[in-house]
Design a protein around this ligand. Sequence first.
Ligand SMILES: [Zn+2]
Length: 266
Amino acid sequence: MATNWSANPRCPAHLRAEVEARALSFPPAFLNEPANGEVFENVDLCRERLQGFAFTQGFAIVQTSGSMTQKHPRFYFQCIHHGRKTQNNRDLEEHIERDENGKITTHRKQEATSINARDCPYHLWLSYKQVGRRGSGQYGLVLGIKNNAYNHAMAVNPLVYSEHRKSLPARQAIVELSKSLRSAYVSYSAARRVLEQAGFPLDRKSYYNLCQRPISVEKDEFAALVVALEDAGFVFDCRMEEEIDENDKVIDTQLQQIWFAYPDQI
Ligand SMILES: [Zn+2]
């Protein structure tokens, strides 16, 4: 675990603790500038290390190409701001696509891309090659530095990048919970109440996109919710209200309130 890293003095005060906890959870080596010749067991470990370093600096990396199925596997990593800068509005217009009714379909996406596009030259690669002594017959993924310069200021808060937000432990727990809710056929409206309490509202479309399985109308939504919470390891309690007819028979049960927490939080 890293022991001496502090957030930028201008990092928003309410995020400071979360940012520092994340950086301090990295192996200390993540804080060093990536260097030629670092060897990795797999691409995921390399990505984690590069993203960790980027987090501590205030930028984010993206993998721009590469696959282990290539004959000579080679992966490229660039700064999230690598894209070609959009010079003027006319360039942006050229990227706008419209459907047959003339409705703009990709305008927003292009704008989002252009915000990140700053022609940043930061560029590293990872190639699969022989490591150790010549003729050792041992292969590994070796890091190479093509260009380690940036052309922009670093963010004072790394969490401005979704690449870093989604790697936060709390966020990952919530994504797992959402997936469980989704696979247990809990409807969006029921899941939203749970996710909002956890501070991670998720829009309807993202929720339904979590799994490929078709959604069905689930009669026993509440039972499914309980199963999903249990599966995800949450501790929870529910307040139910029963409607009773004149013969003391329960004719309807409604979930009024649900409380839950991750065991670590209590
Ligand atoms: Zn950059």
